[in-house]
Design a protein around this ligand. Structure first.
Ligand code: ADE
Length: 344
């Protein structure tokens, strides 16, 4: 990489966008800008940044502000935990570091909401420390330049890229090097149709030289959560309800729940659903509620039918147990089941 660094820095000097956080060495302002830029693009981030540092010009102002004020300034950016973490970190810097922003990566990493990327960005932009700041853009640039085939979301990839960038960054101005890599990623090394002809790295870029821009980086598609529809019967008989242990393998195995059927479709007629259970007896409906339950790989739309059975002669399947509320409290149940029971 050493061979291209002079070209990279020259290109940056000529081309880079003038952004306010690039014109300061204040770690506080750099930190604010990096947290905002994790949430939004530069153009929208600019307005938020300017308003935020005007309202809270330094660490003391942020620490002493109310959470409500901070959240208000953050409004519209989403992921409000980031704003709350900034508030916590500001208070911690006042109480544990006498108001002085931490000056090395280890101490930065110890603050709430600061991960590898943000810690390295602050360390290099504010203090010139040779820490590669590896965000999504830099991952793409690095993967293509060095020809790294490891999937881009893995820790193996991060370790490899960090090692090779570290060798490069110690030989140059860390601040400008990191900013320049971010800029290449934002302006030229685009995910689709990168502008390789204009790129200051192209003379040594493995992907460009071998026409592998579409193969690298290797991105393993994250699975979209699948929609699943499940119907639960909260079937009352006297003061008991039917419940069964879930024996099917899966995340809920061996937990208790109301009798249920899964569907790929949105079937929504009680008679049709009862037929799936083989129930034709005298049943009256009390109410019905659909719960959206988000899991990592699945979104479960669980419709719970609250029903009452009046027929004493009803013979339930052998694995159903009839429990009252007190005895259910002693059984292991999942979160979704907790939600459904609350409505009984
Ligand atoms: N995205 C994340 N950090 C950035 C920075 N310092 N400049 C421009 N875009 C960025």
């Amino acid at each position: 990489m050493e061979r291209v660094i002079p070209t990279l820095l020259k290109w940056y000097k000529i081309t880079a966008r003038n952004l306010p956080w690039r014109e300061t060495n204040d770690p506080y302002k750099i930190w604010i800008s990096e947290i905002i830029l994790q949430q939004t693009r530069v153009v929208q981030g600019l307005g938020y940044y300017n308003r935020f540092v005007l309202a809270f010009p330094n660490i003391q102002a942020l620490a002493n502000a109310s959470e409500q004020e901070i959240l208000k300034s953050w409004q519209g950016l989403g992921y409000y935990a980031r704003a709350r973490n900034m508030h916590k970190a500001a208070k911690l810097i006042l109480s544990a570091h006498s108001g002085v922003f931490p000056t090395n990566v280890e101490m930065l990493l110890a603050l709430p909401g600061i991960g590898n990327y943000t810690a390295s960005a602050i360390a290099s932009f504010a203090y010139g420390l040779p820490e590669p700041a590896i965000d999504g853009n830099v991952k793409r640039v690095g993967a293509r330049f060095f020809g790294l085939y490891e999937p881009i979301h893995t820790s193996q990839f991060y370790t490899q890229l960090h090692a090779v960038l570290r060798v490069a960054i110690v030989q140059t101005n860390a601040n400008i090097f990191n900013q320049a890599m971010i800029e290449v990623g934002a302006l030229l090394c685009l995910p689709k149709q990168p502008k390789c002809e204009e790129c200051p790295l192209n003379s040594h870029c493995v992907a460009f030289l071998n026409k592998l821009q579409n193969q690298i980086p290797v991105v393993v598609q994250k699975q979209k959560p699948m929609a699943k529809y499940r119907h639960y019967l909260c079937l009352h008989r006297g003061d008991t309800v039917a419940i069964r242990i879930r024996n099917e393998s899966g995340i809920y195995q061996h937990l208790y729940e109301f009798p249920a059927v899964s569907r790929e479709d949105k079937l929504d007629h009680l008679e049709a659903i009862l037929a799936l259970f083989g129930i034709v007896d005298n049943i009256s409906i009390i109410s019905k509620k659909t719960f959206k339950h988000q899991l990592t790989h699945q979104t479960i739309y669980a419709t719970c039918w609250y029903l009452r059975i009046s027929d004493d002669k009803f013979v339930s399947p052998s694995d159903w147990e009839w429990h009252n509320k007190e005895s259910i409290a002693n059984l292991p149940i999942h979160r979704l089941m907790e939600k459904m029971i609350k409505f009984t």
